[in-house]
Design a protein around this ligand. Sequence first.
Ligand code: S0N
Length: 274
Amino acid sequence: MQSKYPWETIKEYSEILFQYYEGVAKISINRPEKHNAFTPQTIKEMSEAMELARQDERVGVVILTGEGGKAFCSGGDQSVRGHGGYVGEDNVPRLNVLDLQMQIRRIPKPVIAMVAGWAIGGGHVLHVVCDLSIAADNARFGQTGPKVGSFDGGFGASYLARIVGQKKAREIWYLCDQYDAQDALQMGLVNKVVPLDQLEDMTLDWCRKILEKSPIALRMLKASFNAELDGQAGIQQLAGDATLLYYLSEEAKEGKDSFLQKRKPDFSKFPKFP
Ligand code: S0N
């Protein structure tokens, strides 16, 4: 599906598109002939793009999607699945999609899955770990692991269960059924369903609403939503954000300045809040 928006390419890749438009970075898997199944190379490119989007101060929201209108992502490319993972040009088996899942959770900017067509297997988990999911009416969701000899026991199981509940998550994995967009909406797996030709409009509309909001409030909220499930790593992320805020204060600046000026710090003027 051709976009009507003037996206500008941030960087050229072989298996994804990485584009920018008005505060939004779009990372799009570009393997429509394989329903956007990912190889280690696809994930390597997505990871780099995600990091570039994180570092880019113009970017407030990231959209994750797939080209073609028929698939968001159909998971790991089974034709390059070897012993121990998915095999790239270096012949090394990898499951580097797990690192990408962590990146999506840790980037301190909302990531929106824009889902048209299939979101299946590891592709389904990718939308699950995004902050928000907006689905076209042609979207179909499901896990295939037990059918094709794999499973995702990380976020693909535990976080899915947080979203749809334990019983439903077990049904999704044990039966490997497929669910349409309305099913997904009903079980809270997606935030909104729109006709396919309005998918990008609606997603950009949500991006604009998010971009009007306080970046630090959004950052803190994302870390807060993650903290409990992510355990010590979640606390670290939230605590890191607290440190960032503290660095911005005069109180913290007094500590740094006093060290550089070789004097005793004077914290007496700062309030001791109840
Ligand atoms: C998506 C499906 C249901 C669509 O069916 P439809 O519409 O009939 O289209 P097809 O004719 O089947 O597909 C069109 C072309 O695309 C190719 N293709 C589709 N999906 C894949 C794929 N995943 N790998 C390779 N090729 C794919 C088709 O072969 C076809 O090409 P041609 O025309 O040339 O034959 C249907 O396509 C489907 O069921 N696809 C497979 C879905 C699947 O099982 N995906 C893999 C699931 N596993 C993972 O993703 C594992 C990765 C992972 O995330 C993970 C993470 C952590 C820990 C473990 C794992 C893990 O599970 O290993």
